[in-house]
Design a protein around this ligand. Structure first.
Ligand SMILES: C[S@@+](CC[C@H](N)C(=O)[O-])C[C@H]1O[C@@H](n2cnc3c(N)ncnc32)[C@H](O)[C@@H]1O
Length: 471
């Protein structure tokens, strides 16, 4: 009987023979395994990193330093994907789409650590190799090892100078590469900055900075000063309702749990407030409309201000699950939620104030959505602009003569901002108010009459807003 056919002897005690075990990466390195799983969910099922990661950390009970590391790696690798992929393709000597998805996730994680963190290079490589070996065994781990060793031969600056478009002939492409943004987005920022295009590097860098948590103190419930005192935060510089926190989980704060405060970017607070400050021709009859209300952040602030002013808000949202979020967040406030398409909401005309916080590319909020910059495509813009124009046309029908519309986007892309507004002004004879006057005390809003906020100038999302009066 040959050696291979001989029946295996059972060791004493009837124990099974020991198999050589692959390392269990989950147990060895929970943070990197979690980050890898986030990248995989984003790649395979178009998941949102900032929804997947917190759920995954909770489910696996990953806390403290491990949670912080998983967050830094998952979000950082998502944000810098374009830069990482160019380096990986060079290191692998083949295009990215010829690398198996699960290996690419780990290569992105490893390359991010090598180029953009202080993790020691040997640890970045070894932990990546372990992740692959645990799942696929040695052959594929060898490939990852070889690629990452090539990546580790240069630092980030040197990879940028090797692979980025030349600064002289393509300055926007160069900065886009260096700050890991698609070029079309960097170009959209340049266009919106206009004469301040020299600030492009600062705008791009702001997208990678961890944004502070902004709370809104609900008017009539709690003041910003009280909220700051309770939470240990600082009052925001521009919105009278804003409090800034360094970090932490705002959902755990008592004022947030009790509904006295909410989480809302200070720029969004300024948009809702601007609608209430806009001067009307004639008296305010107290009929206010939020035409694109889900998930309800601005509707809640408008509702609280309406409560104080004796006004009432109709809030329109076509997606039932988002309308439900509006109902929840505005409970107890004078807000009526309508599940309807804002283009034909079936409401009685004659509103004094209408907010069109339009669906948009979200290019002004990239710092809050790690993977968004690589998912959005230039071809998305045209469809959104069409919808934005139709929503603004609908608002024009719904507002009374002398009433005011505030049109806003969390995108500075000019087709979605000044393009949509200019079209409405031309078609409907709307008068553009000086929107900057509706943001008292806020500097650096541009040449008007509209207003553009920027993360690098104001610490807010890059919200655009224009106030328009129907003649
Ligand atoms: C930028 S978000 C609004 C954010 C909201 N104002 C807030 O502060 O929480 C745009 C919203 O418009 C909704 N929307 C999409 N198509 C719409 C339509 N045809 N009519 C009205 N709303 C629409 C989206 O579902 C989304 O909830």
């Amino acid at each position: 009987m040959s050696e291979s056919r001989r029946p295996a002897k059972r060791p004493a005690g009837n124990r099974r023979p020991r198999q050589p075990r692959r390392p269990d990466a989950t147990a060895v390195d929970p943070a990197r395994t979690a980050a890898r799983d986030v990248l995989r969910a984003v790649r395979e099922r178009d998941a949102y990193a900032n929804l997947v990661l917190p759920a995954l950390l909770r489910e696996r009970r990953i806390e403290g330093r491990d949670a912080a590391l998983a967050t830094e790696l998952a979000y950082g690798a998502c944000r810098s994907q374009g830069l990482l992929d160019a380096v990986i393709a060079d290191g692998a000597g083949r295009p990215i789409d010829e690398i198996d998805g699960p290996l690419l996730d780990v290569l992105r994680l490893g390359t991010y650590q090598l180029l953009r963190t202080r993790v020691a290079p040997h640890a970045a490589v070894a932990t990546s190799v372990d992740l692959v070996r645990a799942e696929f065994g040695g052959g594929r781990a060898g490939f990852v090892n070889a690629v990452l060793r090539r990546v580790a031969e240069h630092d980030e600056a040197s990879w940028v100078s090797r692979l980025a478009p030349a600064e002289k002939s393509d300055p926007v492409g160069h900065l886009a590469f260096r700050y890991a943004h698609p070029k079309w987005i960097a170009q959209a920022f340049v266009d919106a900055l206009g004469p301040a295009a020299g600030e492009l590097a600062e705008v791009l860098a702001a997208d990678d900075a961890r944004p502070a948590v902004h709370l809104v103190a609900r008017p009539g419930e709690i003041s910003a000063e009280e909220l700051a005192l309770i939470t240990g935060g600082e009052a925001g510089p521009y919105s009278p309702y804003a409090v800034h926190l360094d970090g932490g989980d705002p959902g755990q704060l008592e004022p947030v749990r009790e509904g006295l405060a909410g989480v809302q970017d200070e720029g969004s607070q300024l948009v809702a407030r601007a609608l209430t400050l806009a001067p009307l021709d004639g008296r305010d009859g107290g009929r206010w409309l939020d035409l694109c209300a889900g998930p309800g952040g601005k509707a809640a602030l408008l509702g609280a201000l309406a409560d104080i002013d004796g006004a009432r808000v109709d809030a329109v949202e076509p997606a039932e699950h988002r309308a439900e979020l509006v109902r929840k967040i505005t409970r107890g406030l004078p807000v009526d939620v309508h599940v309807a398409d804002g283009r034909e909401p079936g409401l009685t005309t004659g509103y004094d104030r209408v907010l069109v916080d339009a669906p948009c590319t979200g290019l002004g909020a990239l710092r809050r959505r790690p993977e968004a910059r690589w998912r959005r495509q230039p071809s998305d813009v045209a469809g959104l602009v069409k919808l934005q124009r139709e929503l603004l046309a609908s608002a024009t029908r719904l507002v009374r003569p002398g009433g005011v519309i505030v049109y806003s986007t969390c995108s500075p892309h000019m087709a979605e901002t000044v393009g949509v507004v200019a079209d409405a002004v031309r078609r409907f004879g709307l008068a553009e108010l000086d929107t900057r006057e509706l943001l008292p005390g806020v500097p650096g809003l541009g040449d008007g009459p509209h207003a553009q906020l920027w993360p690098h100038r104001h610490g807010t999302d890059a919200m655009f807003l224009a106030a328009l009066r129907r003649p």
